[in-house]
Design a protein around this ligand. Structure first.
Ligand code: ADP
Length: 827
């Protein structure tokens, strides 16, 4: 082409990045990459390898090791060994190591970027300008946290050995997201990269060697899902940090259930990109390009559902098609390329299949007129219109360069459409009316909302999902908690176990792993059979103690409701005396309670001041009837009256504590590089299932309910199985304290049965469980259905009387989710 012709067409010429240094690196390592264990590059014990392929050419780059059982064992052992010193290494020293890693990444940025693009197929412009700089930024940011650890998190301990399992879409960036916070907080790591993209992880290990990272602190085992599963199941791993598909996330949730392993899951998404009719449409077009064609759309938070206000839809779609016509798909190492290659044939096939399905279901696809290269795995940018909100392409994550456009008329329709997905990872909102945009941002259920922008990330801001997009946050202070244990927990795990924990004064406290013990409550028939006619006059309490013969029902939607089963269970005192009966709750009662809790969702938008007032008022009314409550507690549990009085006082104080916190658990504004604000807002999770244990039954109940409602959640609580009257006695207190109906619902009955129903329920957003380990396992297993957040309060068991164990920020954190709202400003 002559210069004159170039001036005529104004076409971009190729601007190839040299692959030579990366080729040299590959040649130096040929034919196969090692594993990285205990600071040494080692060959896998079984010497099994597979090819890593360049998706832009279909040609193998090098062989990658398939780590087996023995390799994973070696790696975990190395990490465990290294943990002893690393967790005691002063924060400043750890900061230096992390700083060293950041510097290494910067010094070798180009090699990392080129290798990443060759291995993954992403355009060099993105790996060079986005991925690798963010990797360095992540290590710098966390070097800072390592330095500040003692000051900001005094007494906290690392979780231990972290098994990190990452996907192929941002190989090195995902490594950084896991490794940097884990190491900063004193954990050691065994990382498993995705099978398609392991190259930069091994290069990174070489950089770690240069940075002098102590042996065993970071280990890398490559391989496919089987290697991942070995890591998940290994008993020497204390936490799994996973990013990948919801499907595999669910498997991991189930595999770790009951193991006591911590878990954070960053899963899929089907993020809405919402355009109002007053938006700047030219900016919107560029936004869509970044939202869905960044990284070929292989982004968990890709804006894959384009929701456009009806009036501007034709205009926007026309401009979008014009822009698509000018996008360039091709060699990832060409700097003038917009869209690179799809990572692997299996992914390309999945995209093709879903596009075909979209067509078959009646949507209209549009693709530019030009053809993609044919010698690698390429797919053209694709826009679907005439998309039905319930259709496959509107619901299923495609993970490719395909966007599904739908229209809406009103703001509320936009919000309903945006939330019409089981996911909740991210969203973009476009409007020149910032008031409305912020209003919509608050209404969309997603962990990150970008206003008039998209796909912005930074180490200072947490990232993670609502609902089936997983739980846990990565980045910023929010992300650090995933890798830390509370000071009391750290002491608890080092102590001998349950003997060291104060039990209820009557000795009826639970051993940490005891099974269900129903000696104090029994179905009516059994109780009757054992004792003739139930209670009789000779079973009345001794003189001086009030008789308690009560038959409370369930408390649902602010009203007392009969149990659906029509059965009651007898409540006995520790000495076998009859105390009363409570309803035998079942699945239907839970369903009714969940419905009532949803109907009370206005509680989430009540002012924090209002919520605080009600908590204080509950405390006041409880205090008014204090004597009566304490006496009953003493009878119920067999503890001395003085002890029961202390429990009552502690309960009142706990209510005050969360009345205090209600308007003080603020969010923050993160210091990201954005010219604008990155607001981290604490939002309620929604409907929470709270399952109480038997320790200090009144205080234990309030310790769960109060923080949850203080933060705006509505709850379905299952009180202590052994001493349910402690909670049912609260009905009148709630009724007289202006607590709106449905905010607190109480279902009595068999703890494990009800816990399971709550964990399985798709409209329950989180479950807190304070019970034996066997029950914890089933709750974790059952929660995998809708990937609800779970919090096990029995590891180790808590003494509710100790404020360090029974109240505070960790409860508030678990009662909220963080939404990061990015708001750029300027002309
Ligand atoms: P993606 O959709 O991004 O390919 P996957 O969820 O399939 O995500 O994979 C993410 C990571 O999980 C990869 O490293 C993969 O090897 C790993 N993986 C796949 N199956 C399992 C499993 N059963 N257990 C643990 N890890 C797994």
């Amino acid at each position: 082409m002559s210069v004159a012709e170039i001036f005529q067409s104004m076409a971009y010429g190729p601007a190839p990045e040299s692959a030579a240094p990366a080729q040299e690196w590959l040649e130096a390592h040929a034919p196969a990459l090692p594993l990285f264990i205990n600071n040494r590059m080692v060959t896998p014990r079984e010497a099994t390898y597979f090819d890593s392929v360049n998706p832009a050419t279909g040609q193998p780059l090098i062989k990658v090791a398939q780590a087996g059982t023995a390799d994973v064992e070696d790696a975990v052992r190395a990490a465990r060994e290294a943990l002893k010193d690393w967790k005691r290494t002063p924060g400043h020293l750890r900061a230096r190591y992390l700083y060293g890693l950041a510097r290494q990444v910067q010094k070798h940025a180009r090699l990392l970027a080129v290798l990443e693009s060759m291995d993954n197929g992403k355009p060099i412009r993105e790996s060079r300008d986005i991925d690798i700089p963010l990797v360095a930024r992540h290590f710098y940011h966390h070097a800072g946290w390592a330095q500040l650890m003692d000051e900001e998190f005094p007494g906290h301990e690392p979780v231990g050995v972290v098994g990190a399992i990452i996907p192929w879409n941002f190989p090195l960036l995902m490594l950084a997201w896991k490794v940097a916070p884990a190491l900063a907080t004193g954990n050691t790591v065994v990382l498993k990269p995705a099978e398609f993209t392991s190259l930069t992880a091994i290069l990174f290990c070489e950089l770690a060697q240069r940075a002098g990272l102590p042996p065993g602190v970071l280990n890398v085992v490559t391989g496919d899902g089987q290697t991942g599963a070995l890591l998940v199941e290994h008993p020497g791993v204390d936490k799994i940090a996973f990013t990948g598909s919801t499907e595999v996330g669910r498997l991991i949730r189930r595999a770790t259930a009951g193991s006591g392993k911590c878990l954070s899951l960053e899963l899929g998404g089907k993020s809405p990109f919402v355009v109002f009719d007053d938006a700047d449409l030219d900016s919107v077009v560029e936004g869509v390009v970044d939202a869905i064609w960044f990284n070929q759309g292989q982004v968990c938070c890709a804006g894959s559902r384009l929701l456009v206000q009806e009036g501007v839809a034709p205009r926007l779609l026309e401009r979008l098609r014009a822009r698509m016509e000018h996008l360039r798909v091709g060699d990832p190492l060409d700097k003038a390329i917009d869209i690179g290659a799809i990572v692997a044939p299996v992914q390309l096939e999945k995209i093709r299949r879903l596009v075909e399905q979209g067509r078959a279901e009646g949507a209209t696809p549009w693709q530019p007129s030009w053809a993609c290269p044919t010698d690698g795995y390429f797919f053209p940018p694709t826009l679907f219109t005439d998309v039905a909100p319930a259709s496959t392409i509107a619901q299923v994550e495609i993970f490719g360069p395909v966007i599904a456009a739908m229209t809406f008329r009103t703001k509320s329709e936009a919000v309903a459409l945006a939330n019409n997905t089981p996911y909740g990872l991210a969203a973009s909102v476009w409007s020149e009316n910032i008031n409305m945009a912020l209003d919509v941002a608050r209404a969309i259920k997603a962990g990150t909302v970008w206003i008039n922008s998209t796909n912005l990330f930074d180490a200072a801001s947490g990232f993670g999902g609502y609902r089936e997009s997983g739980f846990g946050r990565e980045g910023g202070r929010e992300g650090l908690h995933e890798y830390l244990r509370e000071p009391w927990e750290a002491q608890g795990t080092e102590a001998a176990g349950s003997e060291t924990l104060p039990l209820a004064a009557n000795g009826h406290g639970e051993a940490p792993s005891s099974g269900v013990d129903a000696t104090a409550t029994a179905p009516l028939a059994e109780a009757d059979g054992a004792r003739g006619n139930g209670h009789s006059s000779d079973e009345l309490p001794p003189l001086g103690l009030p008789a308690i013969d009560r038959t409370p029902k369930m408390f649902i939607g602010g009203k007392q409701a009969r149990p659906d089963s029509g059965y009651s269970r007898t409540v006995l005192a520790p000495d076998g005396r009859y105390l009363g009966e409570v309803g035998e709750g079942n699945r239907k009662d839970i369903r009714n309670a969940v419905e009532a809790a949803h109907a009370a969702s206005g509680w989430a938008t009540a002012t924090a001041h209002n919520r605080a007032q009600i908590l204080y008022y509950i405390a006041e009314n409880l205090s008014t009837r204090g004597q009566e409550f304490a006496a009953r507690l003493a009878t119920m549990t067999g503890q001395p009256l003085a002890e029961a009085e202390r429990e009552l006082e502690a309960t009142i104080e706990r209510l005050f504590c969360y009345g205090g916190w209600a308007d003080k658990y603020d969010g923050s504004v993160h210091a990201t590089p954005l010219r604008g604000l990155t607001i981290a807002a604490h939002e309620p999770i929604g409907v929470m299932g709270l399952i109480c244990d038997d320790r200090q039954p009144l205080l234990g109940f309030v310790s769960l309910v109060a923080p949850a409602i203080a933060m705006g959640n509505t709850v379905v609580a299952v009180p202590s199985e052994r001493y349910p009257l402690a909670a049912t006695d609260l009905y009148q207190v709630f009724e007289t304290s202006d607590l709106p109906p449905g905010v607190v619902n109480i279902v009595t009955g068999a703890r494990e049965t009800l816990a399971r129903v709550l964990a399985e329920h798709d409209d329950v957003d989180a479950v807190w469980y304070a019970g034996p380990d066997s029950g914890a396992r089933q709750v974790e297993l059952a929660s995998a259905g809708n990937m609800k957040r779970t919090w096990m309060l029995n590891r180790p068991p808590r003494d509710w009387r100790d404020p360090a164990q029974g109240q505070g920020r960790s409860f508030l954190r678990e009662a909220t989710q963080v939404k990061n709202i990015w708001v750029p400003y300027g002309d």
